[in-house]
Design a protein around this ligand. Sequence first.
Ligand code: SAM
Length: 237
Amino acid sequence: MTQRGIIQLDEILLDPPFVHRNGTGVWGLSEDVLRYIDNTLKPGDKTLETGAGMSTILFAVRSSEHTCIVPSEQEIHLIRAYCRRKNISLDHVHFIADYSQNVLPSLARERSEDLDLVLIDGGHGYPVPAIDWFYTVPMLKIGGVVIIDDVQLWTGLELKRFLANEDAWKFVRDFSRSTAYAKVGQEYAREWSQQPYIVRKSRLPQMLYQLRSAVGLILKGNFSELASKVRKYLAIG
Ligand SMILES: C[S@@+](CC[C@H](N)C(=O)[O-])C[C@H]1O[C@@H](n2cnc3c(N)ncnc32)[C@H](O)[C@@H]1O
């Protein structure tokens, strides 16, 4: 980490950019993630984030070749104004003013597998974090890291639990409300039966479905079909 980096992140933390809530506040990343990004990034690294704020300014300070996808023109304007005031160059930051779910599918087709870091911190409603992850995977290089913010919310937490059970992803570390995983393999859209987390989470709903079907057959007095299903289930038929 360079001395320049420490001073500039500390400055951002002491005088944060009010870019959210109509310019009255900031829903910034927690300090531990910001410090991780500050310590990890090398100049010229290629990065992408969904959402914008303190993180965008840090990516600018660290001079990464950065893509920021955020629908709010006002937030982009406030980030530009803050950077002007602090003399921070945005030369390496490319803003795309749109929702990530609109932009990422075509970006994923155009861009090669060259990203070093992806930050998922845009929309937090279902299924936006999963969409952000799905379409950024092909752009992330092997060894590259994805940070998922707000794993205290179900949408982020489920994504984290899913990655924790996939061989193609290696746990890097947890933060106060974020997590980081490194891409170590190419598999990412396998059929559900090949995804250990989905298999485990589907067991109970599948059993309940079978139970409901069995009760339905009993109520209809259809015992031959019930017997055939039970034999099939026990693999003895
Ligand atoms: C929690 S804030 C991001 C905080 C930022 N990482 C920081 O360090 O300050 C969430 C951001 O996501 C943006 N956003 C909301 N829905 C989005 C979507 N569907 N695609 C991209 N960005 C979205 C909001 O405009 C806001 O900038």
